[in-house]
Design a protein. Structure first.
Length: 299
């Protein structure tokens, strides 16, 4: 079978089944598929034959970047295509992997500034209230800003995963399939308790998932994203996004004197590269504080 004759959309369905059979996280499956879907849409829009070749994928990625896509997005889209291509070769749908050795786009890492304590207080003030959504948003906001949970990890929590007495939340499956336990303090425990007491009257109270939506609905990633963006707008914070909570938690941990090893454990990072990536914005601030304490100019 030639590359030009492959029915990529049909094979994508089989590939997705294979990814899930390997135990890939649903977020990973969606990310990989997003790359393939974007490439197929680009092929259709540009009249390009939908086949996996290095020139075609390079042109696709170049147009993504030219149209304002973030380098990280372009890298993720290309990664999905490369995984798909490798699977096609492994399954014998292609004689070899046509994307083997394809260089990934250069990643330009932007400095992400953490939220200040004043901004965090304003966010929490925006969550004050006695309605179901107020209590839910207050609880999830406090949990994420204290523990640095990924949005997907927070959403995946079940009621049984939260131990309010000991102040521990169990992440059954984090990034890369790794689980861990994260600690949280009394204020977060009290906020979750207030939410859980009101949750008992929800139409879906018997559902195992910790977080529920208003009006008898479940609560997923997009619901969380919209809910916290609403609170950010109410707090007068521009440019808010869910990932900012993780950056903020990491920065606050180190600023308070927490160890890097402890942060890596709580955040679920296995190497220093991710630590440096998430805390680069505050590195100069911490260095300045350290320099003041050293007083090297006092001669």
């Amino acid at each position: 079978m030639t590359k030009a004759s492959l029915d990529l959309p049909a094979l994508q369905v089989s590939w997705t089944l294979a990814l899930r059979s390997e135990g890939k996280a649903e977020g990973t499956v969606k990310m990989y598929n997003a790359g393939v879907n974007a490439f197929l849409r680009w092929c259709d829009a540009t009249g390009t034959t939908p086949e996996l070749t290095k020139p075609a994928v390079r042109a696709f990625v170049a147009e993504l970047l030219a149209n304002g896509a973030e380098p990280a997005t372009a890298i993720a889209r290309q990664k999905g295509l490369r995984r798909f291509s490798a699977w096609l070769a492994e399954e014998g749908e292609l004689d070899d992997d046509p994307l083997l050795g394809l260089k990934r786009p250069t990643e330009v890492r932007k400095v992400v500034n953490a939220l200040s304590d004043d901004q965090l207080r304003r966010l929490l003030d925006a969550c004050k209230g006695k309605t179901f959504t107020h209590r839910r948003d207050d609880a999830v906001m406090r949990l994420m800003m204290e523990t640095g949970l990924r949005a997907g990890e927070a959403i995946a929590l079940d009621v049984a995963d939260v131990d309010l007495v000991r102040g521990l939340a169990t992440v059954r499956r984090g990034k890369g399939g790794k689980g861990r336990v994260v600690p949280f303090g009394p204020q977060t425990a009290a906020a979750i308790d207030r939410y859980l007491r009101m949750r008992r009257g929800h139409r879906l109270a018997a559902d195992s998932g910790l977080w529920l939506g208003a009006a008898g609905k479940t609560f997923g990633y997009f619901g969380l994203d919209e809910a916290l963006k609403v609170r950010a707008r109410q707090a007068g914070i521009e440019g808010f996004h869910l990932h900012l909570m993780r950056h903020t938690a990491a920065t606050r941990w180190l600023r308070a004197g927490g160890s890097e090893q402890g942060l890596m454990s709580v955040a679920g990072w296995s190497n220093r590269q991710m630590l440096d990536r998430y805390t680069s914005a505050s590195a100069s601030e911490r260095a300045a504080d350290e320099a003041r304490g050293l007083a090297l100019g006092d001669l």
